[in-house]
Design a protein around this ligand. Structure first.
Ligand code: MN
Length: 242
């Protein structure tokens, strides 16, 4: 029996080679957001033994799929185009396995940026590999050379969604650091937010599960300036209570 007195929230990480060594890491903003919302953040390292995904999921009460590089297109049945940024199929395989195990057990799941795209791919959807190249849309979503909390465009939250019941407003300004977007929405998901011009899917949720939410922006980098986004992490920790 566990003796932990608060919900354990797993956060996925990535392996990055620096000058001499490789480090497993994730943005500290996720850790801070979960900790300040009353959860116990637990970083899940990137490993190749897919059978251990179930063991990690058994350790946690909710899962955060963090942001990162593009998902390798073969995972949604497409060949890569030139504009794909450096993909990491190792991470894709591991996180798809984590998602599937968490999904089976009805764990609350929050996917952020790449994490939202991963939820869509895991459930059978597809992505635009590059918005500007593949999709006729004038609004730029990749905020280069901007601070992480720079609000770049607005999103409209759809009524009668779990997301609308959580956030303080249905019309929010968000940051935007993505050059990819959802193309075909997976069966079982619905759109819970779109960008202000209506063209890009900015949030999704599972229609059957209690809390499987993906957002294309980075709420973890906005909570200092825009406390509204605390509510998203607060709701995840609340649903994770065991
Ligand atoms: Mn965006």
């Amino acid at each position: 029996m566990r003796k932990i007195n608060k919900p354990v929230i797993g956060i996925t990480t990535f392996c990055k080679k620096e000058t001499h060594k490789s480090y497993d890491k994730v943005s500290c903003s996720y850790i801070k957001a979960i900790s300040e919302s009353g959860g116990l953040p637990l970083l899940i390292p990137l490993i190749d033994n897919l059978q251990d995904a179930k063991n990690y999921i058994d350790l946690i009460d909710a899962l955060v799929l963090s942001g990162g590089k593009d998902i390798f297109p073969l995972f949604y049945g497409e060949k890569p185009i030139d504009l794909l940024t450096k993909a990491n199929p190792r991470r894709d395989k591991w996180e798809l396995e984590l998602f599937n195990r968490a999904y089976e057990l009805d764990l609350p799941i929050l996917g952020i940026c790449r994490g939202m795209q991963l939820i869509n791919v895991a459930l059978g959807g597809t992505l635009y590999q590059d918005i500007a190249y593949q999709y006729n849309n004038d609004l730029i979503h990749l905020a280069q050379d901007k601070d992480l909390d720079y609000v770049y465009h607005k999103v409209n939250i759809a009524e009668n969604t779990i997301l609308a019941s959580i956030l303080c407003s249905n019309h929010l300004s968000v940051n935007s650091y993505h050059h990819q977007a959802i193309k075909d929405l997976a069966p079982g998901l619905k759109i819970s937010a779109v960008s202000e011009e209506g063209a890009v899917i900015e949030a999704i949720e599972d229609v059957d599960k209690e809390f499987i939410i993906g957002v294309q922006w980075h709420p973890e980098d906005l909570i200092e300036l825009h406390p509204c986004f605390n509510e998203l992490f607060g709701a995840l920790v609340e649903r994770a209570r065991y």
